[in-house]
Design a protein around this ligand. Structure first.
Ligand code: MG
Ligand code: MG
Length: 248
């Protein structure tokens, strides 16, 4: 059942989303060669405490950390660790909080120093596909209009969308209905309505699709070992169009 939020609830979700954006900005500043993802996890926890917010992922389904840190061929749900990040890698950080009962969820893939032109193209394509998906989040459109906008941009550039993981509704729960796939036929799927809040989150591979989950039970990696990127925003659908809540 899709949950429709009131304007007041959307306004409260904006506070949660802003905290996520602020902390992701701080994390991004710290992503330089030599930093470890455990240090980034600690920074995220400290910044949550300062603001009185609760990290959304820690303990969710047993996930043991506050950020998901997924470098290179890691797609999503990677564990932070003590390996210093080398120049030239990419790192996806997925982060969420709960604030006064409402969740915010956002992800970005970041460059560690200078990266190859192929990785730059991957990041740009993934970020742009998110923007194009968000542009379809208007009342009266269909859910798969978003999905199709993501997929057609990504595939048009020769990359592939991950089909095993999808976006989701969000609000008083981290994961609510509906699922928001990054592929699908335009003009189909549930009718979008004002008051729906969606986490739209393209995951894009340089190579083919196909996912393997590592022995930790969480970390999803590409089957072909090639890099993968992930961008996500929490987006409210309003009469005035889409509003990105996980932005400052
Ligand atoms: Mg997320
Ligand atoms: Mg999400």
């Amino acid at each position: 059942m899709i949950i429709i939020k009131t304007a007041d609830e959307v306004a409260r979700m904006r506070d949660s989303g802003r905290i996520v954006a602020e902390i992701l900005d701080l994390l991004e500043e710290r992503v330089v060669p030599g930093v470890t993802t455990l240090e980034l996890n600690q920074l995220a926890e400290r910044e949550c405490r300062k603001r009185g917010a609760k990290p959304a992922f820690k303990g969710y389904g047993g996930f043991p950390f506050s950020i998901c840190a997924s470098p290179e061929d890691r797609i999503v749900h990677g564990f932070p660790n003590d390996r210093p990040l080398p120049e030239g890698e990419i790192l996806s950080i997925d982060f969420g909080v709960v604030w006064k009962g409402f969740f915010g969820d956002s992800a970005r893939t970041m460059a560690v120093g200078n990266i190859s032109s192929e990785k730059r193209r991957l990041l740009k394509a993934t970020k742009r596909s998110l923007e194009l998906g968000i542009e379809k989040a208007w009342p009266g459109n269909r859910l798969f209009d978003i999905s199709h906008a993501v997929q057609s941009h990504v595939e048009g550039l020769g990359f592939s969308v991950v089909k095993e993981f999808v976006g989701h509704g969000i609000g008083r729960g981290l994961h609510e209905d509906p699922q928001v796939p990054n592929f699908g036929p335009p003009g189909q799927g549930p009718l979008l309505r004002s008051g729906m809040v969606l986490a739209i989150e393209p995951m894009v591979n340089v190579g083919k699709g196909g996912v393997k989950v590592l022995d930790d039970g969480w970390t999803a990696v590409t089957l072909d070992g090639k890099p993968s990127a992930h961008f996500e925003h929490t987006v409210a659908i309003t009469e005035d169009g889409p509003q990105i809540l996980t932005a400052i």
